[in-house]
Design a protein around this ligand. Structure first.
Ligand code: AFP
Length: 334
């Protein structure tokens, strides 16, 4: 009989069997993420042909120009999950306030936080894009959730993952039992298991960062990046620079090949650019589950105290050795 890789649904059902108490609601939530991925991948394949490129002229809560595809991706997430019956709250980079499903709507015990289109500056030039999601559980029955219920530490996530729209469309996620990657087979419209138990190399030879910001970094961060450029074969240096402008694409590369991605704080923006709840936390959990590390420079990302929904945080993420090296320089211990 032909050997066929497991589909996402088959894998989730098999994994669910390991949780006797599982209701299937959680499994279906992950399948719905896959649906959103198919919808956006479809739009991206034709982006140059249909009028969804260019900016809407609006700006999002971050004051960034919103490109049409950002809003299409955001609407796809909201539309799919509003009618799914699996969630009770949705929070997005593109929405100042969360969406709370009304009491009379089909609701579930999960809250979904997401960046619907990561790397949106790549929209017009056919470079990689992604989406990042984080799932929290809400099991109170005495009241509906509020914004405060969404603002939780990364250690409280029950699932985290990303969609990568690259040469192929991938869904990569963890529920705390390792990291699994699925590749969309467009011919049959199914995600097939392609990367089982992803393990990030303990040390890499690639760094991903926007060096245009170098002059705004702390002395420790500058010294760290300078150290990666020293010509010393014994320690595998110099590293190669690879930066796509899309966190998902850059971290995916590191997850498979090792290395470090850094978006440091800056002198006038110590909190950095990336958002804690729906970018750093989910990517941090995935990388830790793959054996890597994710730091804000002086603390573990997953333990950073969240205070605001769109809170920003510096991010150093990737191979354990590389992140620890970065921390040594940043903390002045090098
Ligand atoms: P956009 O989605 O606004 O393009 O931001 C993408 C991102 O959050 C992350 O995916 C990139 O690694 C980083 O920002 C790129 O930021 P710079 O353009 O400042 O390097």
């Amino acid at each position: 009989m032909r050997e066929f890789p497991l589909t996402l649904s088959q894998f989730i059902i098999q994994s669910q069997a390991a949780y006797p108490g599982a209701t299937g609601e959680f499994s279906s939530l992950l399948t719905q993420i896959g649906l959103v991925g198919k919808l956006i991948a479809q739009d991206l394949r034709r982006a140059g042909l249909i009028n969804i490129l260019g900016a809407t002229g609006d700006t999002n809560v971050q004051g960034e120009t919103v490109k049409k595809l950002d809003m299409i991706a955001n609407d796809d997430f909201v539309r799919v999950f509003q009618s799914s019956g699996y969630v009770c709250a949705l929070a997005s980079e593109e929405m100042e306030k969360p969406v709370f499903l009304p009491g009379n709507w089909p609701r579930g015990k999960y809250m979904l936080l997401f960046d619907p289109l990561d790397g949106s500056s790549n929209t017009d030039n056919n470079m990689p894009l992604g989406a990042i999601f984080s799932v929290l559980k809400y099991d109170r029955t005495d009241r509906l959730p509020t914004e405060a219920d969404l603002i939780r530490r990364g250690t409280e996530q029950v699932a985290a993952g990303y969609l990568l729209y690259g040469s192929s469309t991938m869904l990569v996620y963890t529920v705390g039992q390792g990291v699994y990657g699925f590749t969309l087979e467009p011919g049959i419209g199914e995600y097939l298991l392609s990367h089982e138990r992803i393990k990030i190399p303990d040390k890499g030879k690639v760094y991903a960062t926007n060096e245009g910001n170098y002059s705004k970094w702390s002395e420790g961060t500058k010294k760290y990046l300078d150290s990666l450029k020293v010509n010393d074969k014994a320690t595998g240096r110099p590293y190669s620079g690879r930066y796509s402008g899309c966190l998902v694409a850059d971290v995916h590369r590191l997850l498979l090949g090792g290395g470090i991605y850094l978006y440091p704080g800056e002198v006038d923006k110590p909190e950095g650019k990336l958002r804690l709840l729906y970018e750093a936390n989910p990517m941090a959990w995935i990388v830790e589950q793959a054996g890597g590390k994710a730091s804000a420079g002086t603390s573990r990302i997953l333990e950073v105290e969240a205070k605001k929904l769109h809170q920003r945080v510096p991010l150093f993420i990737g191979s354990r050795h590389d992140v620890e090296q970065a921390e040594t320089y940043i903390q002045g211990r090098a």
